[in-house]
Design a protein around this ligand. Structure first.
Ligand code: FBP
Length: 344
């Protein structure tokens, strides 16, 4: 994969996420999460057809037999063509066309359309299981330990940020499995923002200064964890994770959501030691990572899609490791209306 990939593809991936976000945002608040997801998936898949790459989905909508498109292993992109003397680059792709399907369906904050890409092998092939995660920004990088009690991690984060634990805000998914974690954070004195969904966009917020979010803790989806790792590589943040198995969730109803044979399945997907701590670099080892996300509903760092007449406005985040750029992109889409007015 040549330098060409970052220069050319970042803008293409911006377009892909914008298209998915616009499609999903039309259904905001309609209470139909699967429909919202379907709109995003179809729009993202179609838009990818025009991207000059030989892409392979490594994290997507599920296995081939359970998802009609953007399934793991699906080939996407314009395919075996050339740009001048160069063949289109081979790219591994992780997508979450609508992260926070419920959030979109309810019109709640922080639904995003998101994808990450890397050279072949640059993103771990994580199955749709749970992982325990802790995510922090650049200042707290190297200070945390996923195996340490929450109080210790909070103290370490507070030290790095030169503030008191009481001045930290931690995002946690509001799930019964987090009862002990939530109590431990409360006992330590930090503030908590409980969210119904969306620990991926929460992780990005934790790594963006000024967001008011200092850490994300708890168990969420493994695919979201890998995409978060790609974002952390671009934002100089850190994610530490451990895959979660049935025995780790003994007291929770969520244990039933972990299929029998999860360990073997992970090994067959190339994860040699599923029980070890997976750090940012283990999840997203790629040297050339591109990350793109577009807001669907208004959120902490990205506004949602706005519609006006035939025009639309989107806010996106595009980041690349090779050129070390983080871009916040505000786009007015005027293509469908010759009279669409562009405002500041
Ligand atoms: P969607 O798949 O509906 O977009 O939900 C996303 C999400 O909330 C993630 O942000 C999170 O990692 C995961 O689901 C949590 O899973 P669960 O709802 O099973 O606790």
């Amino acid at each position: 994969m040549e330098r060409l990939m970052e220069h050319e593809l970042a803008l293409d991936f911006l377009r892909v996420c914008e298209t998915a976000a616009i499609a999903a945002a039309r259904s905001m608040g309609q209470g139909r999460r699967k429909y919202s997801d379907q709109l995003a998936v179809e729009a993202m898949r179609k838009c990818m057809e025009s991207v000059p790459m030989r892409g392979t989905i490594v994290i997507g909508e599920g296995e081939r037999d359970e998802a009609p498109m953007l399934y793991i292993g699906e080939k996407v992109g314009a395919g075996a063509q050339m740009i001048g003397d160069c063949p289109y680059p081979d790219v591994d792709i992780a997508v979450d066309p609508l992260e926070g399907t419920n959030l979109c369906a309810m019109g709640a904050a922080n639904a995003i359309a998101v994808m990450a890409a890397a050279e072949g092998g640059g993103l771990i092939h994580a199955p749709d299981l749970y992982m325990n995660k802790i995510v922090v920004g650049p200042s707290s990088k190297g200070a945390i330990d996923i195996d340490a009690p929450p109080a210790e991690n909070l103290k370490a984060i507070a030290n790095r940020l030169n503030r008191d634990v009481e001045d930290l805000t931690v995002i946690v998914l509001d799930r019964p499995r987090h009862a002990k974690l939530i109590q431990a954070i409360r006992d330590a004195g930090a503030r908590i923002r409980l969210i119904t969904d969306g620990d991926l966009s929460a992780g990005i917020s934790a790594a963006v200064g000024g967001s008011g979010v200092h850490a994300v803790m708890g168990i969420g989806g493994a695919p979201e964890g890998v995409i978060t790792a790609a974002a952390m590589k671009c934002l100089n943040g850190e994610i530490q994770t451990r895959f979660v198995f049935r025995e780790n969730l003994e007291e929770s109803e969520d244990a039933a959501r972990i299929p029998e044979g999860a360990l073997e399945r992970m090994k067959s997907m190339g994860i040699s030691d599923p029980r070890k701590i997976h750090l940012t670099e283990d999840l997203a080892p790629g040297k050339k990572i591109i990350f793109a996300a577009t807001g669907v509903t208004d959120g902490t760092i990205l506004k949602g899609v706005r519609f006006f007449g035939s025009g639309k406005r989107t806010q996106s985040l595009i980041m690349t490791t090779e050129t070390r750029k983080v871009r916040f992109v505000d786009t007015v889409h005027v293509e469908e209306g010759p009279d669409t007015v562009v405002r500041f």
